[in-house]
Design a protein around this ligand. Structure first.
Ligand SMILES: Nc1ncnc2c1ncn2[C@@H]1O[C@H](COP(=O)(O)OP(=O)(O)OP(=O)(O)O)[C@@H](O)[C@H]1O
Ligand SMILES: [Mg+2]
Length: 236
C-alpha cells in the first residue's frame, strides 16, 4: 500500500538512463546512467557545467528524444513502450516546456500562442480563449493579450511561454535555462511566477539552470557532471 502511494506521486523516474550521440565514427556519451526521481509538487533544479548533459536529460524526460539505454517513466508509464503517436499524445498531456529562447510563434499574438497547444487537445475555440486569457492573467499579462512576441519584452515573452506550458494542465513543467536570456531582475520575476504557480497550484517544476539565483530559490538541486548526477542537495 505504502509503495503504491509513493508510486502514484512520482511524476518522473529515470532508471540508468544513457544517451550516446554518434559523431562520424565516434560515440559521444552525453548521459552515462542517470537515476532521477521527481515527485508531484516538487520545485527542483538541475545544475552543472556546460556539456554535462542537462539538456539531453531534459529532452529525454520530456519525451522529445529516445534514450540509448535505460528507462524514463512518466507517472509510472515506461515511455519506451509507446509509439510515436502515443508519445506525442503523452507529451502534450503531461509535459509543459519552457525554453531559453521562448520559442513563441512570431506571427501570432500572445493569446494565440497560448491557445495553440489546446487545438490538439480537442478544446472548443471559446474554451481555448477563456483558458488562455486566464493563464495570461495569472502570469500578469492580462493587458498584453494581443501583443505579438516582437511587441513584448524578453520577460513578457517568457511569461507567455510559461502560460503556454501550463495550458493542458501538465503533470510537470520542464524549463531549460528559463532566465538565460533575460536580465537578472526580470529573471527574478520569472522565478517568482514559477514559485507562485508551484505553491498555489502545486505545479511540479524541473528547472535546468546555470544561474545561482535560480538555484537558490528551489527545494532541491541535482548536480550533474560528465553525464551523471554526482550530488543531490536538499535546500528546504
Ligand atoms: N545532437 C547532438 N549530437 C552530438 N552530440 C551532442 C548532441 N547534443 C549534445 N551533444 C553532446 O552531449 C553532451 C551534453 O550536451 P547537453 O546539451 O546535454 O549539455 P548541457 O549540460 O545542456 O550544456 P549547456 O549548459 O551548455 O546547455 C555535450 O558533450 C554535447 O556536445
Ligand atoms: Mg543545455
Amino acid at each position: 500500500m505504502r509503495d503504491e502511494v509513493t508510486k502514484m506521486s512520482t511524476v518522473i523516474e529515470t532508471q540508468n538512463l544513457k544517451k550516446k550521440y554518434r559523431m562520424g565514427n565516434l560515440d559521444v556519451s552525453a548521459l552515462s546512467g542517470v537515476n532521477l526521481r521527481v515527485e508531484a509538487g516538487e520545485f527542483m533544479s538541475i545544475m552543472g557545467p556546460s556539456g554535462s548533459g542537462k539538456t539531453t536529460l531534459l529532452n529525454l524526460i520530456g519525451a522529445l528524444d529516445r534514450p540509448t539505454e535505460g528507462k524514463v517513466l512518466i507517472k509510472g508509464t515506461d515511455i519506451s513502450k509507446l509509439n510515436d503517436d502515443e508519445l506525442a499524445e503523452l507529451r502534450n498531456r503531461e509535459i509543459g516546456f519552457v525554453f531559453q529562447f521562448f520559442n513563441l510563434v512570431a506571427r501570432m499574438s500572445g493569446l494565440k500562442n497560448v491557445e495553440f497547444p489546446m487545438a490538439f487537445a480537442g478544446v472548443s475555440q471559446e474554451a481555448r480563449k477563456r483558458r488562455a486569457t486566464e493563464l495570461l492573467e495569472r502570469v500578469g499579462l492580462g493587458d498584453r493579450l494581443d501583443h505579438k512576441p516582437t511587441e513584448l519584452s524578453g520577460g513578457e515573452q517568457q511569461r507567455v511561454a510559461i502560460a503556454r506550458a501550463l495550458v493542458n494542465n501538465p503533470s510537470v513543467v520542464l524549463c531549460d535555462e528559463p532566465t538565460g536570456n533575460i536580465d537578472s531582475k526580470t529573471g527574478k520575476e520569472i522565478m517568482e511566477i514559477l514559485r507562485k504557480l508551484n505553491r498555489e497550484q502545486q505545479q511540479t517544476f524541473v528547472i535546468v539552470t546555470h544561474d545561482p539565483f535560480v538555484a537558490e530559490s528551489v527545494d532541491r538541486i541535482a548536480h550533474m557532471q560528465d553525464g551523471l548526477i554526482v550530488r543531490e542537495e536538499i535546500l528546504r
